[in-house]
Design a protein around this ligand. Structure first.
Ligand SMILES: [Zn+2]
Length: 290
């Protein structure tokens, strides 16, 4: 079967699924299927032999009757099974999108603690994959200069692009003493008249991450290293904030009546919010949406 024939079959299945859908929700899920024919731009993913990837919400539509969920429209699941039989790779539309440059598939949600985004979003919804960014990185890197809340997350040769490593000793996390704050590091650099700095996310783990800061070679000579190293770069310890928030969660849980209780910890304030969720919310995975 040629790729064109395969795509025609996929279209036919989608159209049949659309007609068979019993609910607006099911029809809308099928209408929202994205067909990607350019392969993956995500490290660790091999392109399917068929060359075709589809993203959607493949879940059957269910209704909760107060005790359990019942399937009321199985059209999305049937479409999934049929296109998968043709060799199409299935992914979830809330985890993947397409690169606006090359139209390859880009993962936008973590699938492990070590995952780092291999794409960049320009803030107005345009996504570029790591391959497109590396092909012409200047604009991307300039857009990150001077920012303490955005950073490089792709493997790119920053030295080759004109940036010099200033320090790669920064950590933030919950193991105690990992309290380096990019905004304080940025302040210390601005204090020295440096604005062309870029943060780079070096590693991520379950409870912590490490990062480094680079300065463009045009401004590197401005650095007074002694003064930089003496500047305050650590904030409150996240580990201590977590202890406070967990203690707060415990107190509030004990004072809350009800069945399923969930807590959300806020490390900035060292406090927790607690609420009671319904079995429906718990099963639907929306218990922490508050
Ligand atoms: Zn791309």
């Amino acid at each position: 079967m040629t790729k064109a024939e395969l795509l025609q079959r996929v279209e036919n299945i989608i159209e049949a699924g659309r007609k068979a859908a019993k609910t607006n929700q099911g029809r809308s899920q099928i209408d929202s299927i994205t067909i990607c024919t350019e392969g993956y731009a995500e490290p660790g993913y091999d392109d399917p032999k068929s060359g075709v990837i589809c993203f959607a919400n493949w879940n059957d539509v269910t209704r909760y009757d107060g005790h359990e969920f019942h399937v009321i429209d199985e059209a999305p699941g049937r479409v999934a099974a049929l296109v998968e039989k043709l060799g199409v790779e299935l992914d979830w539309s809330d985890e993947w999108c397409q690169c606006d440059g090359c139209h390859k598939a880009v993962r936008t949600q973590a699938n492990s603690y070590r995952w780092r985004a291999s794409y960049a979003d320009d803030g107005s919804g345009n996504v570029l994959c790591h391959e497109c960014l590396k092909a012409d990185p200047t604009e991307y890197l300039q857009s990150l200069e001077g920012s303490s809340n955005r950073c490089v997350t792709i493997d790119i040769d920053l030295e080759g692009a004109g940036y010099k490593l200033l320090s790669d000793q920064f950590e933030n996390g919950l193991y105690g003493g990992q309290s380096d704050r990019p905004e304080l590091i940025a302040d210390a650099l601005c204090e020295q008249g440096i604005s062309r700095f870029i943060f780079r996310l070096d590693s991520t783990g379950q409870f912590d991450l490490s990062f480094s800061v680079y300065v463009h070679e045009e401004e590197y000579h401005l650095i007074d290293r002694e003064e930089f190293e003496a500047a305050p770069m650590a904030g409150v310890d996240p580990a201590i904030q977590m202890q406070k928030a967990l203690a707060d969660a415990s107190t509030k849980m004990a004072a809350t009546e009800g069945g399923i209780k969930v807590a959300k910890c806020d490390l900035d304030s060292g406090t927790a919010r607690v609420r009671v969720v319904s079995p429906e919310e718990f099963v639907a995975g929306t218990a922490l949406d508050f």
